[in-house]
Write a protein that binds this ligand. Structure first.
Ligand code: PHE
Length: 473
């Protein structure tokens, strides 16, 4: 039959795709500066606790649920009971929202990659002699440019997804992920051998428990948990969707362990690539400091390559670095794109129709382009075209999309899933799926404990902290 569902060609293919989903802007951009400003090693400890007790168990639950029913997120929840359709819809909605701002940011990465490439060829001048701040500010206010690069990034994502699970996503991941790893190593070597690099290492790793009081323990917990969720692509159906294409022969427990370990290792490595380079020039070159926060990716690092390292080598490393960020972001956006794509494909298979990947991807792409356009059109929320306080008189598009997805839907999705599986359906549900290949589920007791108690409790804390941060509670 033509309309059977696809499968990954191999377990390695699945793993690389899932790690590709996990490793993205969150690792390279968010993690290093958040760790540095939130207590260094002390933050890392809290982050690791979340990875072990929450990340691993939700990852395992998502892969097992996806594989059990062989459906995307909506199909999975509907298969459990029609009552839970809304939970699936939440995930579906969330993935589309994240993709629509993620791809705008991905577009800026493409722009930088191209500009550094030109800088390398022309030996200067590609940035019109502007400061990094000016360059970034000018570019994001250029509505046409932003829309164009958003479109390019989205189209490349669609192109990968169009190839399907095995010939699109898996093939891309098998080349992209090893390439990403090699480039990361090259940049780490360059970065840590720069004179003065230690300052960056100290910024990132030095334990600073006093920060817990300064920032507030609650806020630290919230930011570690949200960072972990976002970084592991949990709670929106990406991992569930990828899991639904996994063969019944494969060992889910092992996979659920490898993905978070790889993701955390890559986040730490990204920190080693980025922070020592910032440290080498902080206080030496104007505009380079540790305190840029989100300005790290497009402003601070831009100055590091262009003025800190400078010359041809600076441009070459700049190109290499943004190329690395591009691959990381692309493999994540592909997984977000696959969530709605799988939903439509599954619906067609249910109706005994052959899913047409081309039509599906074009449809999803159009939807995401429409939803994401306000983010691109208006300087990421800093412009004057669209009301900066469009949502509830407080948030612009980028902030609101981010708050909605990362702040609420992701933890809420995990909360509902853990309560549903841990308390209502009983955990044997997952155990049976994991043991289907004949091996015994080793982490059963640990996992049950996490799913019943730790995941719901910590998600409630995160949601509470988030609503308080909104000023709602
Ligand atoms: N994990 C990705 C990152 O770290 C982002 C992502 C979130 C991807 C949610 C898929 C789902 O950048």
């Amino acid at each position: 039959m033509e309309n059977k569902r696809e499968q990954w060609g191999s377990n390695v293919g699945f793993l690389l795709a899932a790690i590709g989903s996990a490793v993205g802007l969150g690792n390279i951009w968010g993690f290093p500066y958040k760790m540095g400003t939130s207590g260094g090693f002390a933050f890392l400890l809290i982050y690791l606790i979340f990875v072990v007790f929450v990340g691993f168990s939700v990852m395992l639950g998502e892969i097992a649920l996806g594989r059990k029913f062989g459906k995307g997120i909506l199909g999975t929840y509907q298969a459990i009971s029609k009552k839970y359709t809304w939970v699936g819809l939440l995930g579906l909605f969330s993935s589309v929202i994240i993709l629509s701002f993620y791809a705008v940011l991905g577009g800026i990465v493409v722009k930088y990659m191209g500009a550094f490439f030109l800088e390398m060829l022309k030996k200067g001048g590609a940035f019109n002699n502007m400061s990094s701040n000016e360059y970034f500010g000018t570019f994001i206010m250029n509505a046409n440019g932003m829309l164009l690069y958003f479109f390019i990034f989205l189209a490349v994502t669609a192109l990968v997804v169009m190839g399907g699970i095995k010939n699109g996503i898996e093939k891309f991941s098998k080349i992209g992920m090893p390439a990403l790893f090699v480039i990361l190593i090259i940049i780490i070597v360059r970065s840590v051998t720069l004179p003065g690099a230690q300052a960056g290492l100290a910024f990132m790793f030095k334990p600073d428990f006093a920060k817990f009081q300064e920032i507030g323990f609650f806020n630290i917990i919230k930011s570690a948990a949200q960072q972990m969720f976002f970084s592991l692509s949990l709670g929106v159906g990406c991992i569930m969707t990828y899991g639904s294409y996994l063969s019944k022969k494969e060992n889910i427990e092992k996979n659920a362990l490898i993905i978070p370990i790889a993701d955390t290792a890559m986040a730490l490595m990204a920190g080693l690539a980025v922070m020592p380079a910032v440290g080498a020039f902080a206080g030496v070159v104007e505009g380079i400091s540790f305190n840029a926060g989100p300005g790290l990716l497009f402003i601070t690092l831009h100055t590091v390559f262009l003025q800190g390292m400078g010359g041809f080598m600076g441009a070459a490393f700049g190109f290499l670095f943004y190329f690395l960020v591009f691959i990381a972001a692309l493999s994540s956006s592909v997984s977000l794109f696959e969530v709605p794509a799988t939903f439509v494909a599954d619906k067609m298979i249910e109706k005994s129709k052959k899913p047409n990947r081309k039509k599906i991807t074009l449809g999803v792409m159009t939807l995401v382009f429409v939803i994401g356009s306000p983010v691109a059109l208006d300087g990421l929320g800093g412009g004057n075209l669209i009301d900066r306080n469009f949502f509830f008189g407080r948030w612009g598009f980028l902030d609101f999309y981010d708050l909605l997805s990362e702040g609420i839907f992701m933890p809420l999705g995990a909360l509902i899933m853990s309560v549903l599986i841990g308390w209502r359906l009983k955990t044997g549900y997952i155990k049976n799926e994991i043991e289907i290949d004949g091996h015994k589920m080793k982490a059963y007791h640990f996992w049950t404990f996490c799913f019943k108690f730790i995941v719901p409790l910590s998600m409630i804390v995160v949601l509470y902290a988030q609503l308080r941060a909104f000023g709602i509670l």
